[in-house]
Design a binder for this molecule. Structure first.
Ligand SMILES: C[S@@+](CC[C@H](N)C(=O)[O-])C[C@H]1O[C@@H](n2cnc3c(N)ncnc32)[C@H](O)[C@@H]1O
Length: 254
């Protein structure tokens, strides 16, 4: 049997796990549930300008551009992630601009119709950083603009944690589930094990900071399942994810 490649990485440094992350990223939950839920909540993006924070290798930046959004700017903290995004842009140009930047301190780089952030908020290690990220989102939106983000499920129970085993995911809170607690994540696929850490934030804390920053409305969208996903995998496969998810979508209007 092929030995699994072990990748250890603590904290939010994606430079060293960028390539391995690409492997775990292409999974059924991302494609048929997370991405489907994201685009269902987003609606028609044709002609809408987008700032995609924590764009990683540009997975959603490209999907948004293909759906007709533009201009699209992707920003990520990891140089390696941005290198990979730019390499894909060079290979198949879509007109996306990628920049290295920290979403917690970025400030205004434009006035966008939409700001997106799939897996960013839970990388904030403390409330000041979470507030910094939410302020950046606010500053980059036009009045009436929308933010869509996917983040860690804010009402986790032991059942939610146990349910992830069905997908090769182990999430270990490093303390009682409270704001800022470190969450140790281990993703295992056929040929790789990826470990990384992020943080737990509760629903009232997210809502308080979004409101204090100036957002008018905050809506939570549970994960849905695309018709394609329903067809490709049996209902039992989806049960754990749909009943006890590890992620949720957040939509806020300025
Ligand atoms: C799990 S990946 C998600 C990438 C992409 N959104 C996707 O769904 O494929 C998380 C990304 O967040 C980035 N990140 C973490 N903290 C950040 C920050 N403060 N500013 C910008 N990017 C950040 C990491 O470098 C990493 O690329």
């Amino acid at each position: 049997m092929m030995k699994k490649r072990q990748v250890e990485e603590m904290g939010t440094d994606y430079d060293s796990i960028a390539t391995e992350y690409q492997k775990i990223k292409v999974n059924a939950i991302k494609k048929y549930s997370e991405e489907f839920t994201f685009f269902e909540a987003l609606g028609d993006v044709r002609g809408r300008s987008v700032l995609d924070l924590a764009c990683g290798d540009g997975y959603y930046s490209r999907a948004l551009r293909r759906a007709g959004a533009g201009p699209v700017v992707g920003v990520d903290l990891s140089r390696q992630m941005i290198r990979m995004a730019r390499a894909m842009e060079a290979e198949a140009p879509l007109g996306i601009e990628y920049r290295v930047g920290n979403a917690a301190t970025l400030g205004a780089i434009g006035a966008f119709d939409l700001v997106t952030a799939v897996y960013l908020l839970q990388y904030a290690a403390d409330e000041a950083t979470l507030r910094g990220i939410i302020t950046t989102i606010f500053l980059n939106l036009k009045q009436g603009g929308r933010f869509l983000g996917v983040t860690g499920y804010p009402d986790l129970t032991p059942l939610h944690l146990e349910a992830q085993a069905a997908y090769g995911i182990v999430i270990e809170p490093q303390g009682p589930l409270a704001d800022g607690v470190v969450m140790r994540n281990t993703f295992t696929t056929a040929d790789t094990v990826v470990r990384f850490e992020n943080h737990y934030w509760t629903r009232p804390t997210y809502e308080r900071i979004f409101r204090e920053t100036g957002f008018q409305s905050i809506a939570w969208h549970p994960m849905q399942l695309s018709p394609e996903g329903r067809e490709l995998y049996p209902a039992e496969y989806w049960q754990a994810h749909l009943q006890h998810p590890a992620i949720i979508l957040l939509a806020c209007s300025k």
